[in-house]
Design a protein around this ligand. Structure first.
Ligand code: CAA
Length: 255
């Protein structure tokens, strides 16, 4: 598939996916979801890539689902559009490698839902966040009602979901919706630094730590802990042996 909305750049072991439809503030339409599904496949199929970054072109990360595409849909088409977005966002969450949202501007509605499907979020001081769907007589459709309370707790989630208030990066940092905030000119450099840090770690350990953490969030403590023990064990006589020997021999590991 030729990408019209996404731009994908590979730098060493890092893939950067930029959403590039600034005239509509990168609003999410059907074409976007088809391209993002393709990008997930392409990046997942490239064994060299260890981290993926998602960002937006212009003044928005993503200003939501495409209202112009949604306005004429009926109930069935609306639910299908929701399921399409949920499926693609969930495929991001299930990628083996970490996915970072680099939030350059507005992350509203479906845009915040996209950011929340990433493994963590790094924002520019210019970023703005919100779930403004109730302004449109709508509710989130890409699992925002599910991910937001899991990330920030029910109180802050329902505050944002019911007031539609737009918050700035400092407030997003305070409630734990984003992990770091940088000046706009530094955002991509800092996100690349974080990505390079992750790429320098044991590659199997990185994939397993994401898998166990994500699985644990979907199950109970005991099952998550059991899975942790299995995956912990699987790294012995494996990548973990090299990492531990390198430590003891005071050298860099040779992954
Ligand atoms: N869908 C379609 N087009 C959008 C859009 C969206 N979500 N957001 C912005 N645009 C378009 C505008 O219509 C405008 O197009 P024209 O130039 O052709 O008029 C262009 O992008 C620029 O937008 P503005 O002129 O409005 O820019 P602004 O700087 O004055 O305002 C903004 C920025 C506050 C983000 C404002 O654009 C806005 O409120 N956007 C809508 C935000 C929103 O409600 N998002 C939730 C969508 S519903 C959803 O996401 C459901 C879901 O969970 C699945």
């Amino acid at each position: 598939m030729d990408y019209e909305i996404l731009k994908i750049e590979f730098t060493g072991e890092i893939a950067q996916v930029k959403i590039d439809r600034p005239k509509a503030l990168n609003a999410l339409n059907t074409r976007f979801f088809q391209e993002m599904a393709e990008a997930v496949k392409e990046v997942s199929g490239n064994d060299k890539i260890k981290v993926m970054i998602i960002t937006g072109e212009g003044k928005a990360f993503v200003a939501g689902a495409d209202i112009a595409e949604m306005v004429d849909k009926d109930q069935q088409a609306g639910s299908e559009f929701s399921r399409l977005g949920q499926k693609v966002f969930s495929s991001l969450e299930k990628m083996e490698i970490p996915v970072i949202a680099a939030i350059n501007g507005f992350a509203l509605g479906g845009g915040l839902e996209l950011a929340m499907a990433c493994d963590f979020r790094i924002a520019s001081t210019k970023a703005k966040f919100g779930q403004p769907e109730v302004n449109l007589g709508m509710i989130p459709g890409y699992a925002g009602t599910q991910r937001l309370p899991r990330l920030v707790g029910v109180g802050d989630a329902l505050y944002l979901l019911t007031t539609a208030e737009m918050i700035d990066a400092q407030e997003a940092l305070r409630i734990g919706l984003v992990q770091k905030v940088y000046e706009p000119e530094q955002l991509m450099e800092e996100v690349m630094n974080i990505a390079r840090t992750i790429a320098s770690k044991g590659p199997k350990a990185i994939r397993k730590v994401k898998y166990v953490t994500r699985q644990g969030m979907l199950s109970d403590f005991e099952s998550g802990s059991r899975l942790e023990s299995e995956e912990f064990g699987s790294l012995f006589k494996n990548e973990g042996e090299e990492g531990m020997r390198a430590f003891l021999e005071k050298r860099k590991p040779n992954w």
